[in-house]
Each structure stands twice: as structure tokens, then as C-alpha cells.
Write a protein that binds this ligand. Structure first.
Ligand SMILES: [Cu+2]
Length: 162
């Protein structure tokens, strides 16, 4: 057997390992405490909406009959539009709920055909829907797609696609 030469690097690495142990334990404890903080701070992920903020459909109007595809224009009063991911007070981006009532106002809106995000900051969109009667509602979401407090949502409208 050839005796392994312990180089100065190996000695150094051994020392480094021992030096890193408390730091490692510290970072594990830190991340556990950190994740508990996130749970505790959940409420702060919700942005507040100013009094008088209102969301509504400019187009189509309630009861309208339209041909698919059609343009939906989002109306917003008392707040501004910002793209998703950008945290600016009193802003948000639009979400169109299609035949899907807003159930949970405290968690990020899911993404599906029934919950459409306009994270680019769009203020109108062309929508295709099958023939029949549909219920539409707009909801503003903050930079994390979470409805504001209080939730800024439009009245639900009913439209007919012919
Ligand atoms: Cu969104």
C-alpha cells in the first residue's frame, strides 16, 4: 500500500468542514425559521385596495349577445394597472373569470380556461367562447395574482354567444 500523502489542501478541507458545520446547522435552522416567517407573513402578501376602487366591464354589457370571438374591455376606477410581478401600491392586473365564481379571495388565483390572467397589463382582450350563455366576472390581482383587500371585482355579467 502506498501511504496517502495528506496535502495541505486536505488538511485545509478538514478544517473547513468543521468550520462549516455550525454554519450549515445555522442555515438549516434559519431556513426553518424563515419558512415559519413566511406563513406568519402570509397576510402581508395581500395588497390593500383604496376605498372606492371599482372594476367593471366596459364591453360587453350585461345581457349582451355577441359573436365569438369578441372583445372584452376592462374598466378600472381608482387604481392602476401594472404587469404581474411588479409590486406597485394601488395597482394590479386583470383576471377574467369564465363561468367560475371567485371562491378564495386570499390566495393566488389559479390559471385555467375559467381563470384567465392578463399579466402583461392588458386592458382588453379578444375572447373565444362556445355558443350559449356564459357568466363573466373581472377580478384584479396583485403582483402575486392575489386579490386585494378588499377584493376589487366586477359585478358578474351574463352574455349570450350566438
Ligand atoms: Cu394573475
Amino acid at each position: 500500500m502506498v501511504a496517502m500523502k495528506i496535502t495541505w489542501i486536505e488538511v485545509l478541507m478538514k478544517q473547513v468542514r468543521w468550520l462549516m458545520l455550525p454554519a450549515l446547522v445555522g442555515s438549516i435552522v434559519g431556513s426553518i425559521v424563515g419558512s415559519m416567517d413566511v406563513l406568519g407573513a402570509q397576510a402581508s402578501l395581500i395588497s390593500t385596495a383604496p376605498e372606492g376602487a371599482a372594476l367593471y366591464f366596459i364591453e360587453p354589457v350585461d345581457g349582451a349577445t355577441v359573436q365569438s370571438p369578441f372583445v372584452v374591455k376592462f374598466g378600472l376606477k381608482g387604481m392602476g394597472v401594472a404587469p404581474a410581478g411588479i409590486d406597485i401600491a394601488n395597482t394590479g392586473h386583470h383576471h377574467l373569470l369564465v363561468n367560475s365564481p371567485l371562491v378564495d379571495e386570499s390566495t393566488p388565483l389559479p390559471t385555467s380556461d375559467q381563470v384567465r390572467h392578463f399579466g402583461g397589463g392588458q386592458t382588453e382582450a379578444e375572447i373565444s367562447l362556445p355558443k350559449g350563455t356564459h357568466q363573466l366576472q373581472l377580478v384584479l390581482g396583485n403582483y402575486l395574482h392575489i386579490p386585494h383587500d378588499p377584493a376589487v371585482k366586477s359585478p358578474t355579467i351574463t352574455i349570450t354567444v350566438r
